[in-house]
Write a protein that binds this ligand. Structure first.
Ligand SMILES: [Zn+2]
Length: 240
């Protein structure tokens, strides 16, 4: 199926910029034919950065969101940003330092979900921090122990990779789905899986680092009670 926006980050999360052409603009934002900007989704915030046109015009992008059409990505300009017109060739540049921190934490949440048993009921990545909620009928684990296990998996430096399976294969393997709150993105014929070698395999459309060692040291700073069985695990990166 042809997507309105070619999502280059799905094949290579390390692309910091790309050349693209403005295809449409409306009050929601700017559409490009291709982009390195990840749109808000799956608990990962949208990217920020800038679009540079050949004539020197720079449009700061303060957020990236999904559009109304499946696969459509909308770049939200900062207030008062310069305007572009459809057909303009631009270079789309990420705020890479921020995105890389999001990739590190996002990958770390996969590690967390491999350590903690129980259904994942929600989660959010933010800059330098992240959290996952689990349904845990049998009380709370110890945050020092979680910190230790996470850092062990990080130090072991497991490679990560993506695999695609068909919707039918996905439907036949419900054990792959750790969360009931975020359904795997089915309906486009295939589903993207993120694999952390020997640690975790689950459907995910987000951006991840190539090896767990790249996450760097982390800490489980707090485990909160959020209801009778719900436990919220809050993590933080220890290094910028
Ligand atoms: Zn992921």
């Amino acid at each position: 199926m042809e997507s309105p926006t070619e999502a280059l980050f799905r094949e290579d999360a390390y692309l910091k910029s790309c050349d693209a052409v403005v295809t449409a603009i409306d009050e929601k934002g700017i559409r490009l034919d291709r982009t390195v900007f990840y749109p808000t989704g799956g608990g990962q915030p949208g990217d920020v950065g800038r679009l540079r046109a050949a004539d020197g015009t720079v449009v700061e992008i303060r957020d990236t969101v999904k559009g109304a059409m499946p696969g459509e990505i909308v770049h939200v300009p900062a207030e008062g940003a310069a305007t572009l017109v459809p057909g303009t060739a631009v270079t789309a540049e990420l705020d890479w330092e921020r995105r890389h921190r999001l990739m590190r934490m996002h990958t770390c949440l996969h590690l967390l979900s491999s350590i903690v048993s129980g259904e994942v009921t929600g989660g959010q990545v933010s800059d330098g921090k992240g959290r996952l909620d689990f349904n845990l009928p049998d009380g709370s684990p110890d945050k020092e122990k979680i910190t230790e296990e996470l850092n062990r998996l990080i130090t072991e430096d497991h490679p990560t990779g993506t695999r695609w399976i068909t919707d039918d294969e996905m439907a036949a393997r419900p054990e792959l789905v750790r969360t009931m709150s975020v359904k795997p993105p089915m309906g486009q014929g295939r589903v993207r899986l993120l694999e952390i070698d020997g640690v975790d395999l689950q459907p995910c459309g987000g951006t991840h680092v190539a090896r767990t060692g790249e996450i760097g040291a982390v800490e489980c700073v707090k485990i909160e009670n959020k209801g009778k069985m719900n436990r919220r695990f809050n993590l933080a990166l220890k290094v910028e």
